[in-house]
Design a protein around this ligand. Structure first.
Ligand code: PMP
Length: 286
């Protein structure tokens, strides 16, 4: 049985309980982060912590733990649960005011709920998707307008994933006003004539921590970059396509809406980017 973290304590998962009045449960009034663990070490921890602070502050919440304290909780979970490769999930909600009300409770009287747990994933690096690439479908982006805040409102992305599974695809790329925003749980990219193209940061997409690192490494490796919108038609006509996220790193996309990208196998630049990302981020893992 896993040991999880709840509001300051490390306890067995089956004894971790939160109130039915928790605003995370009643209103999805909470944010989350996911950090990957490779060889017992955390990848891009500083980036995930900064985004957490930003998500909380955009929702008028304070950050209830220091960076150092949070790092220590991550490390304890890795230790207690013997995680070699896997993921650490964190959720912070506005807590439970003991009643249901749209108005935010007074934060001095209502402490936030902090939950953290680990998930083992021994094949995090050697995943089948990394080797074969994934197939995506395109769907309308019907999420709310502040996707830059990492909230726990994950119902539409979850529905999108199910729409993909129904037609034997792996994921969905969401489209708004004719242009791809992002994947259900990842950022989306294409490569054309040696240039990496991905949507610029805005309210429309989550500012992926893996995205920031991958773009920095690509620049350092003198690869050409362009941050702009692209359509599904342009993606199908691209030389390569891929996604990034903390749990998939850099993963090739080989087919969109049933149409192969190039010859339908993972592209060389995508594979190179995955290698660079893994090499560099393992070096700086903490
Ligand atoms: N976009 C969305 C909608 C996501 O859910 C995620 C992963 N949580 C990402 C992008 C990738 O972000 P990161 O690289 O920080 O995991």
């Amino acid at each position: 049985m896993r040991t999880v973290y709840l509001n300051g304590s490390f306890i067995p998962e089956n004894t971790a309980k939160i109130s039915i009045f928790d605003r995370g449960f009643l209103m999805s009034d909470g944010v989350y982060e996911v950090t990957s663990v490779i060889n017992k070490k955390l990848i891009d921890f500083a980036g995930h912590f900064s985004r957490l602070e930003r998500s909380l502050s955009e929702l008028d919440m304070s950050t209830p733990v220091t960076k150092q304290a949070l790092l220590s909780v991550h490390r304890t979970l890795i230790d207690k649960n013997k995680i070699n490769h896997g993921l650490i999930y964190l959720q912070i909600t506005r807590g439970s005011a003991g009643d249901r009300d749209f108005v935010f409770p007074d934060p001095k009287k209502t402490p936030q709920t902090v939950v953290m747990f680990s998930q083992k994933k021994e094949n995090l690096i050697d995943s089948p998707e990394a080797k074969s690439g994934i197939k995506v479908i395109s769907i309308e982006d019907r999420r709310w307008g502040r996707r830059d805040i990492k909230t726990t409102q994950l119902l539409y992305p979850s529905l999108g994933k199910m729409m993909a599974k129904k037609v034997h695809a792996d994921d969905a790329w969401m489209v708004e006003d004719g242009y791809v925003t992002e994947g259900t749980s990842n950022n989306a990219y294409i490569i054309k004539n040696g240039k990496i193209i991905t949507r610029a940061k805005s309210f429309a997409i989550l500012h992926g921590i893996t995205r920031t690192s991958v773009l920095r490494f690509a620049k350092e490796a003198q690869m050409e970059l362009e941050e702009r919108k692209f359509s599904i038609d342009e993606a199908i006509d691209a030389d390569e396509a891929f996604i990034t996220s903390a749990s998939s790193f850099v993963t090739p996309v080989i087919n969109i809406d049933g149409k192969n990208i190039s010859d339908g196998s993972p592209g060389p630049m995508t594979q190179r980017l995955r290698e660079i990302y893994l090499d560099e981020s393992i070096k700086t893992a903490i």
